[in-house]
Design a protein. Sequence first.
Length: 315
Amino acid sequence: MTSREKRRFLKRQIAESERLKQLAEGHPLMSPLLAQREDEFRQELQDLPLGGREARTVLFFTGDPVYGSKGTDAHFASTVLLPFLEMVKSEYVAEKHGHVGERGLRGDEDEARLLLTGLPRGSLWLELSHPESEDLFAEEQLSNVLVKLTEHYSSAGKSDEDFVHALEEVSPRVYARLPEVFKSIHDHDANNRMQTGDLEFELDKDSVSEAFTRVNSVHTIENEVEKEGVFRGANLDTWKFDFRTNDDETMTGRLSPDLDGARVAEMLRLTNQPSIARLKETNITTQGGAVRTRYELVDVQPGVGKAELSAPFAE
């Protein structure tokens, strides 16, 4: 097992210990044993050599926003940075808690704070880095989020198929801000290069224009549907679910951000049982015709079997 794999394993064990500790709270035997085990995992994690990717992204720009050795267009920098930082916070919260609301406050978003650590004169080079922290999880999780967003960002400059596929990997609250980023770059007639760890890509002005058209033309249609089948369960850490319909179609996606842990725990009692799932179905279509469908589980109710008529959801 590599150091990175060991680190991931220990973090999963710590998360599981925290969950079990909450369930056993107040138990005279189990509670102290679980607390001791969690402390052992944390110490082992702390003793591992530092590794992983640094939570750092650099955005490079050339073209009209750069005024030689005099400086750079401050308005341009702000219009690019604000939506990008909002994307980082939203995806960080979605990764940490499994979900993020479509609007409103985001829990623990301060952990995704980035510092502007590089801004040399004569070029537009925006270096964003995570401040030093004693948090054992935030640095690596934020690093993974930045890599995911870089891949999502670069997919817009490739093809409709690459972009619509990348949309499945991020929260809707993330890709809602992407057109703002590309609009600013496009309107200021700039070239763009981005580097996160070993991942790097570059878009010239023509590619930026194509990317802006692509992200700005995405069309979504939302419907609420009901499916009969077997609820295969959900994960409270990733906030993802699995449902197998009576037509042998496997449906996976995220749980609704409107659900809370208590309601999901009730739903989990129906795991591997005949059920009726209420889902929000979102069809995402690009201008070129590439289509992907996302599912969000709104609720699950007990099923009545294939031979019987399914009852409507209780209000």
